[in-house]
Unconditional design. Structure first.
Length: 259
């Protein structure tokens, strides 16, 4: 059996005045080397693409982190310059892709911006500049460090007993590399909180009624997916779910061919 394929929605980036559809290397590297799947980068368009046309051809969806934020209009808030930068084309691509992947029982892993998109796609809201809220830590990336320092594993999160994440990494405290200035405010009705930071910030969720693997994490398991045990366990679990879905599609096609 060939490697299954996961869709990764792209960001829009501008270089030398030209627009590019781009995904950071760390996500596609983790998909290949830790999950054992191939990644197809999905162009970001505000309109004109078919969600089902994409999902018909893949076996999973990986929603990556990004420097941009979900536009507040998607969760009923007024946008300010401080809430940006925004990427409307990515919002328009990833939000319906998330909803439809869940409906179709296609495995989904959402990371950083991805967990925020998952929450918004299912009816939740986001909080901006959380470090300014009373009792909330500064979760932003450290200043004046290299990339490894930026993604250093330094924060404790607490995984709830009996949760989906607990079934992957075990319950209790684990160390992660969470760096962000936005977070889930109101949790979407279909989401279950799976892990929190010591200050109460939501760090992981799962979709309550999802018929397949559907998990979001605020931290970055992709960065150390080949060397850090909890990070690797998350990508391995996602890869296993993707392979199971692909195998089911293959079996169905074989049965239909014999009918």
């Amino acid at each position: 059996m060939t490697k299954p394929i996961v869709a990764v929605p792209a960001d829009i980036r501008t270089f030398d005045g030209a627009s590019w559809h781009a995904v950071q290397h760390q996500y596609v590297r983790a998909a290949l080397n830790a999950a054992g799947v191939m990644a197809f980068i999905i162009p970001a368009f505000e309109e004109g693409y078919g969600t089902d046309a994409i999902l018909d051809r893949v076996d999973g969806v990986l929603v990556s982190g990004s420097a941009s934020n979900v536009h507040p209009s998607y969760y009923g808030a007024t946008a300010t310059d401080a809430d940006g930068p925004f990427d409307i084309a990515r919002d328009a691509t990833s939000l319906p892709l998330i909803r439809r992947a869940i409906d179709r029982a296609i495995p989904l892993l959402a990371i950083c911006r991805g967990i925020q998109e998952l929450n918004v796609a299912l009816g939740g809201t986001l909080a901006s500049e959380i470090q300014d809220q009373p009792g909330i830590w500064d979760h932003r990336k450290p200043a004046d460090v290299d990339r490894d320092g930026m993604y250093a594993i330094r924060q404790s999160v607490f995984v709830k007993e009996g949760s989906c994440i607990a079934g992957i990494v075990g319950p209790g405290e684990i160390k992660v590399n969470s760096l962000h200035r936005q977070a889930i405010a109101k949790t979407a009705p279909r989401l279950k909180v799976e892990a929190v930071a010591e200050d109460g910030t939501i760090e992981a969720v799962s979709v309550i009624d999802a018929p397949a693997f559907a998990v979001g994490v605020q931290w970055h398991p992709e960065y150390w997916a080949e060397t850090d045990k909890p990070s690797n366990q998350i990508f391995t679990a996602f890869g296993d779910a993707v392979r199971a879905y692909a195998s089911g599609k293959l079996s169905k096609a074989e049965n239909e061919a014999l009918a």
